[in-house]
Design a protein around this ligand. Sequence first.
Ligand code: KG4
Ligand code: ZN
Length: 338
Amino acid sequence: MKTPIILGIESSCDDTSAAIIQGKKILSNVVSTQKIHQNYGGVVPELASRAHLQNIVPVIHQAIQKANINKKAIDAISFTRGPGLLGSLLVGTSFAKSLSMSLNIPLIEVNHMQGHIFAHFIEDELNNNISFPFICLTVSGGHTQIVKVSNYFEMEVLGETLDDAAGEAFDKIGKLIGLEYPAGPMIDKLSKEGNPNKFRFPLPKLDGIKFSFSGIKTSVLYFLQKELAKNPDFIKLNQNDICASVQKTIIAALIDKLKLTIQKTGIKNVAIAGGVSANLELRKEIKKLESELACKTFIPKFEYTTDNAAMIAVVGSIKYEHNQFTDLKTIATARYKI
Ligand code: KG4
Ligand code: ZN
């Protein structure tokens, strides 16, 4: 029997993406990141859905071409049903439904956050065979969660943020120091030239597996206001050190709760996922858990950290194997629990 070929479609936020997977091997993964939001310092939902409308056909076309297949070879379509921006989700969902009707192939719905986690099941040359159960720190622009993954279809959110997501903290603090949206990658880059111990920002004081990042953002805001009153060039003169110090605080908050989870659950297989898992310092700190706590750590390839359809396609492939299909009545949903 031929190994099934799945088309994955992702459109939950500001990336329009399509991927073709055969089994768990990616044949193509095309991502079109919308640049228009840079002018506004954050994603503008209405503009995002319009850009998805423009991008979706060429992106899917390219994914099929790059995979070097005929569209008739596709066995099923998986798409992000939620969570995300409703207008953006509607574009991918409607397109997936129409295409499944016209090609007469089944439809598979995917939870975006589950997609980030499933990026670890993509088979590639780096494959280091993640095994169940594992805990996954899922850190993106919209979410910060620690998830216990017992098997493909049994996941439990052990804790999450009470306010901002970690990526949101990077982006909002970046905006305060004049960086373009999304600021996370730039803070990562500038931090390499900065001193992480130059400025100190308080870590959130929370019991249990919970995160909070709005306090860090506020303390950076007040700190900058105070320093700028003394010297209007303060940000320009200290940008790298501010970035490194902020990054250190956000990562310390993440690692702190990850360690608590390892301690509480006794689970030593530890993964990270989502856009912020591209952060080099976070990747280094996670690696340290191997020697510090005898953990096995799993770090995704860069291209599968920020939003992409490869992760949606791999969920599609696994659900296809387990006959988990959805019908045309399915609708996009902005809030969608794992
Ligand atoms: O997973 P993702 O692409 O989209 C959501 O589902 O939200 O994550 C985007 C987030 C943004 O907040 C972005 O600033 C952050 O991931 N990000 C990073 C890095 N690359 C992306 N944050 C810190 N360091 C990075 N290298
Ligand atoms: Zn995401």
